[in-house]
Ligand binder design. Structure first.
Ligand SMILES: *Cc1c(COP(=O)(O)O)cnc(C)c1O
Length: 393
């Protein structure tokens, strides 16, 4: 069996777990050891030089972490993968290792809040210039990319209004100027979208979300071609933003059900989105699976499923949201997303709390918007729960 060619369901379970583990354990051992011993000094030297496989020190490599990395590597069709302590560690280490003073980045206004801070504050501080385009304005992006840049950073679908970028088109524009393309694939997951197969160089994930899938562990990962991942790895060796073995175990455990969860969440989210679109108290629904969604055509083209994330606005403004949300029984009202349990919150309070009302309006985020991450519960129960909450407002 060539795991490289296996289907998603098989890779989720078996990637990284085909070799025999310690004492023939059938689940990956959690190797908490900081260091790895050698009685043969020659072998130690060869491993330390990177000429021979093996582990030296867990800041650099660790056997449990490698199990998680291998699952992501196979599912994303990447040559190499490297894990991080959080999604933001993956994103910041990727950007800081691939960019140098004087370089230029082209990206979008709607990136994840933390990423956006890197673009607005931390990269300009080291003299990297960043141009942030209107999300979804492909012509503007093509023009900016054509002016020349070192790196194009994309995220699709975006948070919280699920805007969709045409990856093929933007990757083509980036290749024309030999720019590195990095894609944040957190919302789509490798089950629904594989940017590397569309030509992206590096894919990053907040593994905290769908990959782990249970809201009980934080992690991040970058994967892509070996040369770039090696550069990111050498940087991570020094920043020390490594993933802990226990976290890697939980992520790998969560990933065994990744395909099951995502297929279920795709289906349920579609039903919930359809229910919401026909509800008289809902103003607008943002879900790439709906034909009315602006990015539906690109989404259909580049995604094999539309994902478990959506948002919707209520008629009557934020006052209605304040009454509506606490009535829901089957969702956690909290930040984050991508868990087995449904989760909801207003971007006004969560992802976009630091912006003013005017800035949110500029990004197309209504004050009465609710972001909803559909879990793996029975979808009829979720719809019933939403129905009873609507009946109270
Ligand atoms: C959550 C998230 C991140 C950051 O990940 P952390 O694990 O919280 O550091 C990055 N990108 C996207 C799209 C996210 O949703």
């Amino acid at each position: 069996m060539d795991i490289q060619k296996s289907k998603n369901g098989t890779a989720s379970v078996w990637a990284g777990e085909l070799e025999e583990f310690y004492e023939r354990a059938t689940t990956p051992p959690i190797v908490n050891s900081v260091t790895f011993g050698y009685r043969d000094l020659e072998e130690w030297h060869e491993v330390a030089l990177g000429n021979k496989e093996g582990h030296i020190y867990s800041r650099n490599t660790n056997p449990t972490v490698q199990v998680f990395e291998e699952k992501v590597r196979i599912l994303e069709h990447a040559e190499s993968a490297i894990a991080f302590s959080t999604g933001m560690a993956a994103i910041s280490n990727t950007l800081f290792s691939l960019l140098a003073p004087g370089d230029r980045v082209v990206s979008i206004k709607d990136t994840y809040g933390g990423t956006s801070r890197l673009f607005i504050e931390f990269l300009p501080a080291i003299n990297v210039s960043v141009t942030l385009c209107e999300t979804g304005h492909h012509e503007e992006m093509e023009e900016e990319i054509a002016k020349g840049c070192k790196l194009v950073y994309l995220e699709t679908p975006t948070n919280p209004t699920l805007k969709v970028l045409d990856l093929k088109r933007l990757i083509k524009a980036a290749k024309a100027v030999k720019a590195i393309v990095v894609v944040d694939n957190t919302f789509a997951t490798p089950i629904n979208q594989n940017p590397i197969l569309l030509g992206a160089d590096v894919v990053v994930h907040s593994a905290t979300k769908f990959l782990g899938g249970h809201s009980d562990v934080m992690g991040g990962v970058a994967c892509g071609n070996t040369e770039l991942i090696k550069r990111i790895f050498q940087y991570r060796e020094i920043t020390g933003a490594s993933l802990h073995a226990m976290s890697a175990y939980l992520l790998a455990r969560g990933m065994k059900t990744l395909e099951l969860r995502i297929l279920r969440q795709n289906q349920s989210a579609m039903k919930v989105a359809q229910f919401l679109s026909s509800h008289p108290k809902v103003e607008e629904v943002f879900y790439p699976g709906l034909p009315t969604h602006k990015g539906h055509d690109f989404a259909k083209e580049q995604m094999s499923g539309f994902g478990g994330m959506m948002s919707f606005s209520l008629k009557g403004g934020y006052d209605k949201v304040k009454k509506f949300l606490p009535q829901l029984k089957l969702v956690h009202l909290a930040a984050s997303l991508g868990s087995v349990s449904s989760l909801a919150g207003p971007p006004r309070t969560t992802s976009h709390v630091e912006l003013t009302e005017a800035q949110r309006a500029e990004l197309g985020i209504p004050e009465s918007l609710i972001r909803y991450s559909v879990g793996i519960e029975n979808v009829e129960d979720l719809i019933e729960d939403l129905t009873q909450a609507f009946n109270t407002i």
